[in-house]
Design a protein around this ligand. Structure first.
Ligand code: NAP
Length: 384
């Protein structure tokens, strides 16, 4: 058997966020106070329903609540929030919710100390002044936004999602309390966990992957492979919730270094045009994209196969497509976009738009023309 000698030449690793992972950890929130008057950013209903918002506002009675964050938050919401944050003189930000309120809160923290509007800050490290310090409290398990320097915001005028990437918006503290995820429905649990899977898988094949991110990403895939099926049959089991939240955290640390790849770029078309939840939209592209990633990075895709496959007898011959299909069938996820309300009438338009957006290819190996991108949409649509 031949041995491939792997040579590690160079990599960086940086995560400035203090991670506090604890079942019922929210009770200790006051230990993580980052200022005098918090601006509390959350979504429209779930943090009220599960009591998290009430608890946090009791702990910080002078806090100002901004509970208008929609799914896939818009530039307008961030601008509105930052105006209020400045007017109220808040000096730190608490984000409670899924990736949407956490991203909006991170963006607001940057806008509150800098001139101008959200539109001016799409790009990397554009905030001149330090953003307000951020405490992020995730209530979904999938985005890992609590440990990334990104805020993904919807530009409604351009009908696309763009990223504010700034080292200053890494949360100072990420407080992960798995009990907060207990109220997620089966649908939100599935969608968010698939986002974590997608982030881990994409991290492994990103041009920016490192030995450390590979290790974390493969661990994330293995944890999801084992615990997501269990969780979907035991939604109220906090210990299983904790495992999936751990995988989500890993996926965030991974993409903080590797960024995402074409899977995410493709998924945005489904989310913005057919309202497909973010994690589902990504997962609908995993099979078509990883078939292709295998051509460029066979060893890495094989490592992912081992992390995701239950069948190590190799009856499916190391085929990532089979491994993903088996996993998706086990968790009751249809990988055919047609089953999620996607229509197949605009794939050429989407393919052209994506092809012309070179930024979306920055971390992706391989070359893709319009025809191939259209084929990827078609394969995702039919599941073939
Ligand atoms: P989300 O959009 O934050 O939330 C989805 C839905 O779940 C909302 O209706 C929300 O309610 C509800 N929800 C949240 N927590 C809940 C709980 N504990 N119990 C019941 N319902 C709950 O979903 P997400 O998947 O977590 O975040 C997706 C966003 O994150 C996308 O915009 C994506 O682009 C972004 N993202 C960012 C990063 C990053 O590094 N910055 C990484 C990955 C993804 P409410 O309406 O009350 O909020």
């Amino acid at each position: 058997m031949s041995i491939t000698l792997k040579c590690i030449e160079e990599f960086n690793f940086y995560i400035p966020t203090k991670v506090v992972f604890k079942i019922e950890g929210l009770k200790e929130i006051k230990s993580y106070t980052l200022g005098k008057k918090p601006f509390i950013v959350t979504g429209k209903s779930s943090s009220r329903k599960n009591g998290a918002l009430e608890f946090v506002s009791e702990c910080f009675p002078n806090g100002v609540i901004f509970d208008e964050v929609e799914e896939n938050p818009s530039t307008e919401t961030c601008d509105k929030g930052s105006k209020l944050c400045r007017k109220e003189g808040c000096d730190w930000v608490i984000c409670i919710g899924g990736g949407s309120p956490i991203d909006a809160g991170k963006c607001i923290a940057g806008l509150a100390t800098n001139e101008g509007i959200c539109d001016n800050y799409f790009g990397r490290d554009l905030f001149k002044n330090s953003p307000l310090p951020i405490l992020a409290i995730p209530t979904t398990a999938g985005t890992g936004s609590e440990v990334t320097p990104y805020a993904v915001i919807t530009d409604r005028k351009a009908n696309t999602k763009k990223t504010v990437a700034d080292t200053g918006i890494f949360p100072k503290v990420a407080l992960l309390d798995p009990t907060l995820t207990l109220t997620m429905s089966r649908e939100v649990t599935l969608s968010t966990a698939l986002d974590a899977l997608s982030q881990c898988m994409e991290g492994v094949v990103s041009k920016k992957s490192t030995p450390i991110t590979d290790a974390l990403a493969l661990e994330g895939c293995k944890v999801l492979r084992r615990y997501l099926p269990l969780l979907l049959n035991n939604l109220h089991d906090v210990k299983i919730r904790a495992m999936v939240m751990y995988a989500s955290l890993l996926s965030g640390i991974v993409i903080a270094h590797t960024g995402t790849t074409l899977v995410h770029a493709l998924g945005y078309y489904y989310t913005l045009n057919y309202s497909i939840p973010h994690g589902i939209a990504n997962a609908l592209f995993l099979i078509p994209m990883f078939k292709r990633n295998h051509k460029y990075l066979p060893e890495k895709v094989r490592m992912l196969f081992y992390a995701i496959s239950e069948d190590l007898s190799l009856s499916d011959n190391g085929n990532i497509e089979c491994a993903l299909k088996n996993f998706f069938e086990e968790i009751g996820f249809s990988y055919k976009a047609q089953d999620w309300g996607v229509e197949n009438t605009r794939f050429h338009e989407f393919a052209e738009s994506l092809f012309n957006d070179s930024y979306r290819f920055r971390n992706q190996y391989g070359s893709f023309d319009v025809n191939e991108l259209k084929e990827i949409f078609e394969e995702s649509y039919s599941g073939k």
